[in-house]
Design a protein around this ligand. Structure first.
Ligand SMILES: *[C@@H]1O[C@H](CO)[C@@H](O)[C@H](O)[C@H]1NC(C)=O
Ligand SMILES: *[C@@H]1O[C@H](CO)[C@@H](O)[C@H](O)[C@H]1NC(C)=O
Ligand SMILES: *[C@@H]1O[C@H](CO)[C@@H](O)[C@H](O)[C@H]1NC(C)=O
Length: 494
């Protein structure tokens, strides 16, 4: 009896010790964030990470070869051309200077005609340089620079091109466009100059600023439409009337060293907007503005972004898509390397209830967020109208979206919000190596609705809701504060 009792007590103690040990091990495992990493997750992660769908954007994860052609050659060549031109020595380049066509460059006279005349000339010559000289301000109204042109044109903007200030005097035939470049191929736009939309009066007229005003679109400062193989390198855009730089209906476009600068409270002033375009690369660009730093909308495929400095602004967005029951398609978008600071969102996908189509194969990687309201957002309840939107039985399907190595600070407790539609849940959403905290070091949270996928590696805040995917009322779209006062016209394309 005595002996048996001792044995029982002994084995109970043993059992207790084993249990304690197991709990300690489990806690350590959970703390290291590896609790859920099994072989299955690893395989699934690799499969999804490298997944390719058809031909579209086959190489969207492959950054090799992107740096192959450096624009340096042309800069050097241009310098030679410019100094030779100054000395009246002949060169292989045909320099067409807007000054030779009567541009005053005094910031007051209207130089629109001079620019268009110079364009006509430059466009008719091989190896032309359309030159906007430095150290001067050219006031230019709505202008269309249309191709096709002869081969190897360079548009060299060294000075400042400034828009007329008065919306009431704007050319009514061009309500949404200021400087349009269209139908060009193999052209370079460069020179380190400034494109200034003088937007302040347009902003004051916006229905977002003055609720008594009707919601009307304003011009986009620089539009690249129906172009191929165009390179834009080293340009400053500021104070756009609405969006700064739009790439639409184009293919193989490369933007590098673009600086966008507008006030945080300027309405609808997206930095770079991509629509209906394939193979667009945006490199090493710095954007501070009042709306999305970069927005990628319908019909965009194989869009790569690398080295983006964004803030203030609304972050880097895909969407909005599917408004008014429309079909939308966006595929193969990747962001590799960004610093997003003092912004409303970090990386975001936004779709409307009732839309159709898809957003798929998206990678957001290597992003540092600093003082960002909501670093990671999928919002399928996007409602940018003054009337409430109702839940519907269709939506733009979001699938295969990966977030990898996203770290930094969130301004709000709700750092990650995956609000997917009940009717069309998000699938294959993967979070990997995420570390988000409040500025003061407090923990943040992640909320989901119908978001299916998994976490891999260390993920903080914990991604439990992604694994268990609650559906139906997981989030309350109606109280979400973002963009509550955006108007309907924000992303109207050409
Ligand atoms: C969106 O893009 C797709 C594919 O490019 C096109 O078929 C569709 O009509 C577009 N939707 C809208 C609303 O423009
Ligand atoms: C994570 O992203 C940051 C910012 O781009 C980068 O500096 C860092 O090297 C990345 N870490 C890994 C492991 O790739
Ligand atoms: C729409 O669906 C979401 C998610 O299920 C839910 O939280 C929300 O209350 C619904 N909104 C309306 C207006 O029914």
């Amino acid at each position: 009896m005595e002996l048996g009792g001792t044995r029982t007590r002994g084995s109970r103690t043993m059992l207790f010790l084993v249990l304690v040990l197991m709990m300690i091990m489990a806690a350590a495992k959970a703390a290291s964030g590896e609790g859920d990493v099994g072989d299955h997750d690893h395989e699934q992660f690799l499969k999804l990470w490298t997944e390719r769908d058809g031909d579209i954007g086959k190489d969207y994860l492959n950054w090799d070869g992107d740096e192959e052609e450096e624009d340096g050659d042309d800069d050097e060549e241009l310098e030679q051309v410019m100094s030779s031109a100054a000395k009246c020595r002949p060169t292989g380049r045909n320099v067409v200077n807007v000054d030779s066509f009567g541009a005053a460059g005094d910031g007051c006279s209207d130089d629109t005609e001079a620019f268009l005349d110079a364009w006509k000339k430059a466009c008719s010559l091989n190896n032309a340089v359309f030159l906007v000289p430095g150290g001067r301000r050219y006031k230019v109204g709505a202008a269309r620079f249309i191709g096709p042109c002869k081969n190897r044109m360079i548009i060299q903007i060294q000075g400042t091109i400034v828009a007329p200030e008065e919306p009431s005097e704007w050319d009514p035939k061009s309500p949404r466009l200021w400087l349009l470049f269209s139908g060009l191929s193999g052209v370079r736009i460069q020179g380190g100059g400034v494109i200034d939309g003088s937007g302040s009066k347009w902003w004051a007229n916006s229905c977002k600023i003055d609720r008594s005003k009707p919601c009307k679109g304003a011009p986009t400062a620089l539009t690249i439409d129906s172009c191929r193989g165009v390179r834009i390198h080293n340009l400053h855009l500021q104070n756009a009337q609405q969006m700064h730089l739009t790439v639409s209906r184009s293919r193989d476009i490369r933007l590098a060293g673009i600086h966008v600068d507008s006030p945080e409270d300027s309405p609808n002033t997206d930095g770079i907007h991509v629509a209906d375009s394939t193979a667009v690369t945006i490199l090493s660009s710095r954007i501070s503005t009042g709306d999305d730093c970069i927005s990628i909308s319908n019909g965009s495929f194989a869009v790569k972004m690398k080295g983006i400095d964004c803030g203030p602004g609304h972050g880097i967005s895909i969407g909005s898509l599917g408004q008014g029951g429309t079909f939308a398609a966006v595929e193969a978008v990747s962001l590799d390397g960004a610093w997003i600071h003092g912004a409303m969102n970090g990386v975001r996908i936004k779709t409307w209830q009732g839309g159709a189509g898809y957003v798929r194969n998206v990678r957001f990687a290597n992003v540092v967020v600093d003082d960002v309201d909501h670093p990671i957002v999928i919002d399928q309840f996007y409602c940018d109208s003054r009337n409430p939107c109702h839940n519907q039985t269709s939506n733009v399907k979001v699938s295969n979206v990966m977030y990898r190595n996203i770290t930094g600070t969130s301004r709000r407790a709700e750092a990650i919000r995956l609000a997917c539609s009940d009717a069309v849940p998000c699938v294959d959403i993967v979070l990997s190596d995420i570390n988000l905290l409040r500025e003061d070091g407090a923990e943040v949270e992640m909320v989901c609705n119908c978001a299916m996928g998994f976490d891999y590696g260390r993920v903080r805040p914990a991604a439990d809701c992604l694994r268990t995917s609650p559906c139906g009322g997981g989030v309350s779209p109606d109280v979400h504060p973002d963009d509550e006062d955006d108007d309907k016209i924000r992303h109207t394309e050409l």
